[in-house]
Write a protein that binds this ligand. Structure first.
Ligand SMILES: [Zn+2]
Length: 113
């Protein structure tokens, strides 16, 4: 996972929205991070702080919420949430699971001043 690239993408989206809202500055950026993602949030946050310096998003707070992964079992055709440490179907025990959500990051909300 390239945290710096991800931080750049987040910043671009945030700044685009800030301009649209004619914001003075960005206060909080709420992000949803899948529990199965391999994003190192400390690295991402550090990269974001560096990139956001001298922009409207300088001093913005990253509010991180972890969301459980939802998978689809190809064996018993059911959807369920799984723990990152226990990647098997809770119904039939199969490991033929497809990740539907929970392996990525998305911006949920941005607050401006
Ligand atoms: Zn199953």
């Amino acid at each position: 996972m390239n945290e710096r690239q991800l931080a750049e993408d987040i910043l671009a989206i945030v700044l685009e929205n800030a301009v649209k809202h004619e914001a003075q500055k960005v206060r909080t950026i709420s992000v949803l991070v899948g529990e199965l993602s391999d994003i190192k949030m400390s690295v991402l946050t550090q990269a974001f702080v560096e990139l956001a310096a001298n922009t409207l998003a300088a001093h913005a707070e990253l509010d991180i919420t972890y969301i459980p992964a939802v998978v689809y079992c190809h064996e018993c055709k059911k959807r369920m949430t799984v723990e990152p440490s226990k990647f098997i179907c809770s119904v039939c025990g199969s490991t033929r699971l497809e990740i539907l959500t929970g392996d990525s990051l998305q911006i949920e909300d941005i607050e401006f001043d």
